[in-house]
Design a protein around this ligand. Structure first.
Ligand code: 4EH
Length: 233
């Protein structure tokens, strides 16, 4: 049995509710204008929170989970807009790397997504990715692996989506993952980003998002809980 303290983070209440409802020994703590749920899942210690939407809130929550609550591993669960045509609503994607599609100091000759002393694409933990592949195999689920692009925009147009696709070779997009990546890589905490597709970031995105948020969030949350069971380091 590992004695790790695993952070499980989402952005919206719908993304973490299916996880909180399965915890034991639940204790709620208010911190930094948010609620943190400490508990156990099959004997493993976890701390769960939703950040609220976007990069700044996600940065605050990831930092708090690590620096205030003492988590030493971070798993993100949520939904995303699809870029890759291979991804349909409800499909799962794990990030091999995260980039910020709205970060732009190209006026100084830098590439999109880059600032000095940063990285365009921050890789996720290989051990956690391998656990995800084992879980997917066991459950007979399709699991895509690719770059996920993050920005403070709900993308609902194909021009922007195609630009992100070409510029970052991204397979999916959302609004929090790269923040978690910056925080965790800076603090040397192994992290993992899982997303189930809720829409395709096109003109139907807001309608599909509202329709599929709950069901796709649950697909991602259930998978994350199986990963918690499988983590044995
Ligand atoms: O946390 C935000 C949510 C949308 S904004 C990012 N999440 C969902 C992932 C996501 C996404 N991000 C950018 C799914 N589809 C996306 C897309 N573009 N097309 C939101 C949602 N509901 C109410 C208010 N804000």
């Amino acid at each position: 049995m590992s004695n790790r303290k695993i952070a499980i983070m989402g952005a919206m209440p719908e993304e973490i509710e299916p996880i909180i409802s399965k915890l034991k020994d639940l204790k709620e703590t208010s911190y930094a204008a948010n609620t943190y749920y400490e508990g156990t899942y099959n004997g493993k210690e976890v701390v769960v929170a939703y950040s609220k939407i976007g990069k700044v809130f996600a940065t605050l929550t990831a930092t708090s989970l690590i620096a205030k609550f003492g988590c030493d591993t971070l798993l993100f669960s949520g939904v995303a807009g699809a870029i890759s045509p291979e991804l349909n609503i409800g499909d799962l994607i794990i990030a091999d790397g995260l980039c910020q599609h709205d970060l732009d100091i190209t006026a100084f000759g830098h590439p999109y997504g880059y600032v000095p002393e940063g990285e365009v694409c921050i890789p996720t933990d290989v051990y956690l990715r391998n656990i995800a592949k084992e879980v997917a195999k066991e459950k007979g689920l399709k699991l895509l692996e690719g770059i996920i692009a993050t920005g403070d925009q709900f993308v609902a147009n194909t021009e922007r989506k195609d630009w992100i696709s070409e510029t970052f070779k991204a397979h999916a997009l959302e609004m929090e993952g790269a923040s978690v990546a910056v925080v965790c890589s800076s603090l040397d905490i192994p992290f993992f980003i899982l997303r189930a597709i809720s829409d395709s970031a096109d003109m139907d995105a807001s309608f599909n998002f509202d329709t599929f948020l709950e069901s796709s969030a649950k697909i991602s949350a259930d998978f994350i809980l199986s990963m918690v069971d499988a983590i044995d380091r």
